[in-house]
Write a protein that binds this ligand. Structure first.
Ligand SMILES: [Zn+2]
Length: 268
């Protein structure tokens, strides 16, 4: 997911599937050494790509600022266009930095004592060779694994367990919101998308991201209610939000919380 100033929304496609996007950095190749420009008092390097498009576009991701320009646009014209967008660019760069720092703070150390957030509470990983499977014991997630098993195996095991927890929680909540709406999805399934919390297709198929299990239940419920509401209103208009409010009256607080934890500045 990148933040794009223009050009990445396709209204035709949006009618088919609506998504709750979030922000996970891609792992692109390192940027080529590019030109730099002063934006709001800081010197900002950027990379340039020429395209067949007729407009100048901006993206911010972990490569920094990217500018795509039509073939005929000169460097001077590019700099003018960046200048016109400078406030937006400076704000997006600052948001990106904040989010990178937050992600670094929240990243799990996959070893005994590492923290995993479950239902909004940090739990501590404990490894116990004698234990069976993975169990939640108070504040601890006890994993039946030898301490020397390694980070990769521990992560896979705990992710598998978190997915089971997510599936069980969603299985309890989807029918609740479906009953309130009077309409159930054709099917629902877990997703592990890196770009969205949930989605609903025009034929009534709902995907819910298992990583929601990290959040408080009200935040998870908001996402479920949001996708269920799309079964009636496949749009983000006033009637859609009224439907969400019928299903989950306190949704605004949960939505604000979700936005503060992730980047959902695209339409959700
Ligand atoms: Zn939506």
């Amino acid at each position: 997911m990148t933040r794009a100033a223009r050009g990445n929304r396709n209204p035709g496609q949006a009618a088919l599937q609506l998504t709750l996007p979030f922000f996970t950095p891609p792992s692109p190749p390192p940027p080529p050494a590019g030109p730099s420009i002063h934006i709001e008092g800081q010197l900002v390097g950027y990379w340039l790509r020429r395209t067949k498009r007729r407009t100048i576009g901006f993206t911010i991701d972990d490569r920094g600022l990217g500018v795509t320009i039509p073939r005929w646009v000169t460097k001077a014209e590019t700099e003018i266009a960046i200048g016109e967008k400078s406030r937006w660019i400076a704000r997006q760069l600052a948001l990106w930095r904040e989010q990178s720092e937050r992600r670094a703070r929240l990243a799990t150390r996959w070893e005994a004592g590492g923290k995993v957030r479950l239902f909004g509470i940090d739990r501590v990983l404990a490894l116990d060779e004698q234990a069976d499977g993975v169990t939640l014991e108070g504040e601890r997630i006890v994993v039946g694994m030898a301490p020397e098993a390694g980070a990769e195996r521990l992560r896979n095991r705990v992710h598998g367990w978190l997915q089971e927890q997510a599936k069980a929680y969603f299985a309890g909540r989807v029918p609740v919101f479906s009953a309130r709406l009077g309409k159930a999805p054709q099917r629902w399934a877990l997703s592990s998308a890196h770009t969205r919390w949930g989605s609903c297709t025009h034929n009534g198929s709902i995907m819910l991201n298992w990583r929601l299990i990290h959040f408080r239940t009200d935040v998870i419920d908001y996402v479920i209610a949001h996708e269920i509401a799309h079964l009636r209103e496949l749009n983000h208009g006033a009637r859609f939000w009224a439907t969400v409010s019928d299903l989950f009256p306190d949704f605004e607080r949960a939505r604000a919380e979700l936005r503060s934890m992730t980047d959902t500045d695209a339409a959700d």
